[in-house]
Design a protein around this ligand. Structure first.
Ligand SMILES: [Zn+2]
Length: 411
């Protein structure tokens, strides 16, 4: 794989060329096979930041091309020996050319999506600026996803009153299948990485919560993942980011989506939180994500589900089948707490799971090892916030995290 950046006037253009052994279908770090649609993309920065450390350019490119790289990656300028070593150790991919010295930085920015998880991070760190990634169309790929209203979200971010920059990019359209999206989850940080020198960043805070970090969230299913290759500090991506002088920081990595939802809805950002990008005047209320988030919100507000989605609808189909489910911990949490769950699309799931408030109480508290892995400059702030606002899991509760997916709970 050969990658080359061209730059000018705040615009960064990335082109990549496959070597003979590379393929246009390849797995991203979570195992999902991805098919490439095209071999170029751009990132529009809000201003021209000037020189960018080669390791930042290389890492940004790597978040786009890693799935399709088989043996080696050749960047267009030398990367530090430390960064090359991180790629080789993490992926078994030869990286070069090698030269120069590593970078470092001190500050923190929040990779802010506008969803409840990143709003919870924002509530925890009220003085930390946002970098928001906005999807824009790709000139060479037809946009069959026009219902995805990234403009709505960017407008909401602008209204939060927080110091923020919005970075616009078409990089999600390098993916043909399964759909446009980040080639690697870390590509959402493209703007933060390209501005990291200008903003003096030593870390980027993401809204990945307990499920994503420790319970095999996302496309992983129902298992304890201490060595999560995407988000553990000692995983391949954690080491690559650290080598480029930007640590991955997960301030809410120890708490469930019930806690991030509670923190987000209790914060000044409440009016600006949006997890569904289908509606223009608010969440659409008819998609699977709206149904899932409504279950969590109804649970923390201790009220019946407000939805028109019934069990016979396509988006509710998976809840008619037996577990395991993706995000199962939150399904258990919701089913145990929402009054009248037996009259909703979750009735069958609730019966299968048999969860109770007691068996899901651990999801209201913070998993202590998640705080220990926050990089030192920000750790005590996160610890103090969790102690004051959330509380920590007991040893028994922490064991629920560490046996997730291996033993059945007491329910
Ligand atoms: Zn929706």
């Amino acid at each position: 794989m050969r990658v080359a950046w061209t730059a000018g006037d705040g615009l960064r253009h990335l082109a990549f060329r496959l070597d003979a052994e590379d393929g246009i279908t390849g797995p991203c770090t979570d195992g999902q096979p991805l098919k490439m649609a095209t071999n170029s993309c751009r990132v529009e920065l809000p201003y021209e930041p000037g020189e960018t450390h080669p390791d930042l350019l290389a890492l940004t490119a790597w978040t786009v091309v890693a799935p399709w790289t088989r043996r080696r990656v050749v960047f267009d300028r030398p990367v530090s020996p430390e960064f090359a070593a991180a790629i080789e150790e993490g992926w078994g991919i030869e990286a070069g050319p090698v030269g120069g010295s590593p970078r470092s930085g001190r500050g923190l920015a929040i990779s802010y999506s506008g969803g409840a998880d990143s709003a919870a991070v924002a509530a925890m760190l009220p003085d930390v600026p946002f970098v928001h990634f906005q999807r824009v169309p790709h000139p060479r790929v037809p946009n069959r996803w026009a219902h995805y209203r990234s403009d709505t979200l960017a407008r909401l971010v602008g209204r939060t009153g927080r110091e923020s920059v919005t970075v616009r990019s078409d990089l999600e359209f390098v993916l043909a299948e399964p759909r446009p999206g980040y080639p690697e989850h870390h590509a959402v940080a493209a703007g933060s990485l390209l501005l990291a020198d200008e903003l003096d960043l030593g870390g980027i805070a993401f809204g990945y919560e307990l499920g994503s970090r420790w319970l095999g969230g996302g496309r992983y299913l129902h298992r304890y993942t201490p060595d999560n290759p995407m988000w553990a500090p000692h995983g391949a991506w954690g080491r690559a980011f650290a080598a480029a002088g930007v640590r991955i920081v997960l301030p809410v990595g120890g708490v469930s989506e019930a806690v991030t939802m509670r923190l987000a809805l209790g914060s000044p950002l409440r009016e600006h939180v949006r997890w569904c990008l289908r509606g223009t005047g608010g969440p659409c209320g008819t998609c699977g994500k709206c149904l899932y988030k409504e279950l969590i919100q109804a649970a923390i507000e201790r009220r019946p589900l407000r939805t028109s989605i019934t069990a016979d609808r396509g988006v509710a189909r998976k809840w008619q089948r037996p577990p395991p489910y993706g995000g199962q911990e939150m399904i258990e949490y919701g089913c145990a707490r929402v009054p009248g769950i037996e009259d909703t699309a979750f009735a069958k799931a609730a019966a299968f799971l048999g969860a109770t408030e007691e068996s899901t109480a651990w999801l209201d508290r913070c998993y202590p090892p998640a705080v220990e892995e926050v990089p030192a400059p920000w750790r005590e702030r996160v610890r103090a916030f969790m102690a004051a606002e959330v509380g920590f899991m007991s040893e028994d509760e922490a064991r629920r995290v560490e046996t997730w997916g291996t033993v059945r709970g007491p329910s």
